[in-house]
Ligand binder design. Structure first.
Ligand SMILES: *[C@@H]1O[C@H](CO)[C@@H](O)[C@H](O)[C@H]1NC(C)=O
Ligand SMILES: *[C@@H]1O[C@H](CO)[C@@H](O)[C@H](O)[C@H]1NC(C)=O
Ligand SMILES: *[C@@H]1O[C@H](CO)[C@@H](O)[C@H](O)[C@H]1NC(C)=O
Ligand SMILES: *[C@@H]1O[C@H](CO)[C@@H](O)[C@H](O)[C@H]1NC(C)=O
Ligand SMILES: *[C@@H]1O[C@H](CO)[C@@H](O)[C@H](O)[C@H]1NC(C)=O
Ligand SMILES: *[C@@H]1O[C@H](CO)[C@@H](O)[C@H](O)[C@H]1NC(C)=O
Ligand SMILES: *[C@@H]1O[C@H](CO)[C@@H](O)[C@H](O)[C@H]1NC(C)=O
Ligand SMILES: *[C@@H]1O[C@H](CO)[C@@H](O)[C@H](O)[C@H]1NC(C)=O
Ligand SMILES: *[C@@H]1O[C@H](CO)[C@@H](O)[C@H](O)[C@H]1NC(C)=O
Ligand SMILES: *[C@@H]1O[C@H](CO)[C@@H](O)[C@H](O)[C@H]1NC(C)=O
Length: 881
């Protein structure tokens, strides 16, 4: 510090002597202090430095834009640049307190210090910057209260202080800011009420105060200008009613007020908020009926009123909500029938009306038109039979009909719901007759509960087709005979079969009276075991398990069918395939690609290179000599083929996406219902092959290369996130190495083609690869950007340890992530974790590896919110290098 000050002084005097540019001394000192990359060119005028903008005539610095440069250091010098109008230091690594001398920057209009590590309280001197229009202090470590001096910032249009640890009250004077359009203070420790005049004098558009300790009422004032667009107040202690004036806001698109203590009726005026797309008010004490006026909000896509005290019927008018995707009304006291009009909501994918008082029977044509994936009608008083037409619900992933008054038999058509995977629950009804053998076709189903009915007959042998089963319950029925010998059955507790007087065999303690076969140990059982060991305590997280098991099964089936194809003859005897469509994006390559050869290459097992979650990759040699990677999408992606036009458009767009670390398709071929994507050949295979299959005697210490692979993958992912694309399957098997060992992330097209918001597939079918799946997936069933960061963290750990993400060596219930995170508890040092063939080569390698290990630990944090963004990861890795 002393030296830099000294230098500053020297430069200052030199500058004075030669009557240099006015901000020269400060900028020179700042250059010294912050070491901004690209500020190194000597002698050049600071006005030309990156991120610096000067006034043309005075040469004074007016704008300093230094976001995302990994900067740290003492920024108090900046307060000398008193002509500054705009200062952006966001997304760096600045820490310490915000300099109170920033109060000297009285010309400032825009100040963004967000996403740093600024701590202690907000300096009250900031109140001097009376020209400020935009202040962003969000995502720091600020504590204390909002200083009263900020009262003088009357010109503020945007105020963001979210993601800190600020306490105290939201001051009343904020309501006096007449220009305030955006106020965001979520995820703090603010208490007290929302100011009664907030929005009264201004055109408030966005108010986000979720996850604080706020109480009191939602003030009328926020709706008074009618300009509010987004309101987020979830997870507070707000009480009182939803103000009638909410209907004033015809631009209001998103209302999230769940997890509060709101009471009273939902105002009928809600129908005048015609732009509404999202209304979430679950877990409150709202009462009265659900207003039919919601049906006037024709863009409504989600309505969640679960866990309130709502009564009355579900409005028939909801059938007009053409865009409705999720209707969640569970845990209320709703009565009446399931409105048949809801069947008109063709976009409905989730209907949850469980735990109400619904009566009547299930609509016959429940699924004729809809995209229903989740149907929860359990814990009601629904009568009648399960209609045969249930078999039309082919998109269903979960069917919950337990605890109703259903009678009749289980229709065999239920076996047609091949997608059913999360659960089929028909328990606690009055169903009788036999278990249909067609249930055995539900080979993706993880949980089957038919307990507490009057089902009779034997448990059909065909149920052994339910390859994914983990949880079953047949108890309290009138079933007879021997329990089929099938891993998932015998692995269940006896309570899964108890209460059936004439059922015998394992796991019940009643012998069937003759010698039973030792039950076979089949391949599947081995898979379950690994899955259960790794995922942990089994049933509580069975959703994750389900997906993994499904993927396992798919893989196995794929292999079987490949084997079958091989058995039926080689490519020579197969007639020419009927190619439906095909294209090569680059003109220069069109000549060299022969579609017939592409298709035929996939017939030969010997061409198979790898087997990913969503695709199998083959090597294809063209008559021209060109070598290609041909990726065959798996059956889980059949939907893709039905969306052929959409898919080809998306592929062509992806072909244009340019980033050095993404493996882009160069073309595609569609034949029959198979989609093949063409890629350049990657001579060095996948990262997984490189890390785990290189023979010991070919191994060379290669840490610098591993680090650049890590950086390359991080950059590719950061780029994907920047263009709002979530990768669905980050794993080392999905990272390809070109001839220079540059890393390219594969299967980006899958992420795009299966993007659930595009409606081509269900995210629930998609979880990524075993060992890379983030823990929160079990609860959220969503692949998210932080989920990607987790999977990326696993890849980092692989690079550091050279170990597989899942390995029995780690012990029961432990995967690579848990093994690394629990090392210190076991008394192991990082050296015992990292690959010693690398970490002992040199001190500098070891130091870099330790730094990367830290990053990997952050990325694999169990709490998604604590994981860094990919952009940040790139910055940290570059710093290591
Ligand atoms: C530059 O500074 C002069 C003098 O302070 C001022 O009048 C002028 O508006 C400024 N120019 C710009 C583009 O801000
Ligand atoms: C930053 O520098 C100023 C003097 O320019 C000094 O007063 C202050 O204590 C320094 N802050 C930190 C955190 O070192
Ligand atoms: C900080 O807030 C301002 C004003 O709302 C906004 O323009 C800016 O993008 C935010 N900064 C970051 C890094 O999000
Ligand atoms: C808001 O402004 C009004 C008049 O402009 C003033 O009477 C009142 O005291 C101010 N409220 C606060 C909390 O500063
Ligand atoms: C909705 O708006 C119309 C006209 O804009 C008004 O007449 C009606 O009273 C409003 N409805 C409610 C319930 O506020
Ligand atoms: C519904 O959304 C569309 C597309 O965003 C928009 O053009 C339309 O105005 C919206 N309708 C209403 C009633 O707000
Ligand atoms: C479903 O939603 C999409 C987009 O939100 C819309 O274009 C489409 O018309 C809706 N489908 C139906 C059947 O209304
Ligand atoms: C309904 O209540 C149950 C039990 O309290 C809870 O597990 C479930 O999540 C609630 N449903 C919804 C949609 O919130
Ligand atoms: C099936 O539904 C019933 C009634 O809702 C519930 O009690 C039971 O726990 C569910 N079974 C499983 C396996 O979740
Ligand atoms: C099966 O259902 C019965 C009755 O609901 C219950 O007591 C038992 O615990 C369940 N068994 C399993 C394994 O879930």
């Amino acid at each position: 510090m002393a030296t830099s000050l000294l230098i500053a002084f020297i430069i200052f005097f030199i500058a004075q002597a030669s009557a240099e540019l006015p901000d020269e001394p400060t900028m020179a000192a700042l250059k010294e202090e912050l070491s901004v990359p690209e500020w190194s060119s000597p002698n050049s005028n600071y006005c030309s430095w990156r991120g610096v903008t000067c006034n043309q005539s005075t040469q004074l610095v007016e704008k300093l834009e230094l976001s995302r440069l990994g900067l740290r250091g003492n920024i108090s010098l900046i307060s000398k640049l008193t002509s500054l109008q705009s200062l952006d230091l966001s997304s760096n690594s600045f820490h310490g307190s915000i300099p109170s001398s920033f109060g000297d920057l009285v010309e400032l209009v825009y100040l963004d210090l967000s996403m740093n590590k600024f701590e202690s309280s907000i300096p009250s001197s900031l109140g001097s910057i009376v020209s400020l229009k935009s202040l962003n202090l969000s995502n720091n470590l600020l504590t204390g209260q909002i200083p009263n001096s900020l009262k003088s910032l009357e010109k503020l249009e945007e105020l963001q202080i979210s993601g800190n640890s600020l306490g105290g009250y939201i001051p009343d004077w904020i309501g006096n800011f007449s220009e305030l359009r955006l106020f965001s203070a979520y995820e703090n420790r603010l208490s007290g009420g929302i100011p009664k005049n907030l929005g009264l004098f201004s055109k408030l558009r966005v108010l986000n105060l979720h996850s604080n300790n706020l109480n009191g009422v939602i003030p009328e004032s926020i709706f008074s200008s009618g300009e509010l667009e987004i309101l987020v107040l979830t997870v507070n202690g707000l009480n009182g009613r939803i103000p009638e004036s909410i209907g004033n806001c015809k631009w209001l698109s998103s209302v999230r007020i769940g997890n509060n203590r709101l009471v009273g009726r939902i105002p009928l005026s809600i129908g005048n908020a015609s732009s509404l797309t999202y209304f979430e008010a679950n877990d409150n004490l709202l009462s009265g009926e659900i207003p039919k006026e919601f049906a006037k909000c024709s863009n409504l896509t989600l309505l969640n009123l679960a866990s309130n005290l709502l009564a009355g019927v579900v409005p028939l008018e909801f059938g007009d909500l053409k865009n409705l995707q999720e209707l969640i009304l569970s845990n209320n006291s709703l009565t009446g029938d399931i409105p048949k009009s809801l069947l008109k909501c063709r976009n409905l994918s989730k209907l949850d009306m469980s735990n109400n008082k619904l009566i009547g029977s299930l609509p016959i044509n429940l699924c004729d038109t809809s995209r229903l994936q989740f149907l929860h009608l359990d814990r009601n008083a629904i009568t009648g039979e399960i209609p045969h037409e249930i078999g039309n619900c082919v998109r269903l992933l979960e069917l919950q009909l337990g605890s109703n008054l259903l009678s009749g038999t289980i229709p065999s058509e239920i076996g047609r719901i091949k997608n059913l995977q999360i659960a089929l629950n028909l328990s606690f009804n009055q169903l009788y007759g036999p278990l249909p053998e067609e249930l055995g076709k539900l080979d993706k189903l993880v949980s089957l509960d038919v307990s507490n009915n009057k089902l009779s007959g034997t448990i059909p042998m065909e149920l052994k087709g339910m390859l994914s089963l983990i949880e079953v319950n047949f108890s309290n029925n009138e079933l007879t005979g021997q329990i089929p010998i099938f891993g998932p059955f015998q692995n269940s507790p006896s309570s899964s079969f108890s209460g059936n007087r004439d059922l015998c065999g394992n796991p019940l303690n009643s012998s069937c009276g003759y010698l039973e076969n030792e039950y076979e140990v089949d391949n599947h059982k081995v898979s379950y075991k690994i899955v259960l060991v790794v995922v942990g305590s089994g049933l509580t997280v069975f959703t994750t398990v389900s997906v993994i098991v499904i993927l396992f099964m798919l893989r196995e089936k794929q292999e079987l069918s490949a084997k079958a194809a091989k058995a039926t003859g080689d490519s020579a005897s197969i007639p020419n395939p009927v190619i439906v469509a095909g294209n090569v994006f680059a003109d220069s390559m069109k000549q060299a690609v022969d579609f017939d050869s592409v298709v035929k290459a996939t017939y030969k097992d010997s061409n198979k290179l790898s087997n990913g979650t969503f695709s199998t990759v083959y090597k294809a040699i063209m008559p021209s000599g060109l070598v290609l990677y041909v990726k065959q999408l798996k059956s889980v992606d059949k939907t893709v083929v039905h969306y052929q036009n959409k898919m080809t458009r998306e592929l062509e767009r992806l072909g244009k996406l340019s980033h050095a670390n993404l493996m882009r398709p160069i073309g595609y071929v569609i034949y029959e219902d198979v989609a093949l994507l063409l890629h350049n050949h990657m001579p060095n295979g996948t990262l997984a092959q490189y890390l785990h299959e290189t023979p010991q005697d070919e191994y060379k210490p290669d840490w610098p290369m591993r680090l650049s692979i890590a950086i390359g993958v991080a950059e590719g992912l950061a780029f994907l996130h920047q263009v709002a694309t979530i990768h669905l399957d980050i794993s080392s098997s999905n990272i390809f190495l070109d001839s220079q060992f540059n890393a390219l992330i594969g299967e980006i097209e899958i992420s795009k083609l299966l993007d659930p918001s595009k409606g081509t597939a269900s995210i629930s079918a998609v979880a990524g690869s075993f060992g890379y799946i983030p823990p929160e997936y079990a609860y959220t069933m969503q692949v998210t950007a932080p989920g990607n960061v987790y999977s990326y963290g696993v890849v980092l750990l692989e690079l550091l340890t050279s170990r597989l993400p899942v390995d029995e060596q780690f012990g029961e219930g432990i995967d690579l992530v848990k093994w690394v995170h629990s090392a210190s508890k076991r008394g192991e040092t990082p050296e015992q974790i990292m690959d010693t063939r690398l970490s002992t080569v040199s001190f500098s390698w070891r130091k870099q590896m330790l730094a990367v290990l830290k990053i990997a630990m952050l990325c694999t944090d169990i709490t998604p919110a604590k994981r860094p963004k990919m952009k940040k990861v790139v910055e940290m890795l570059l710093e290591v290098k």
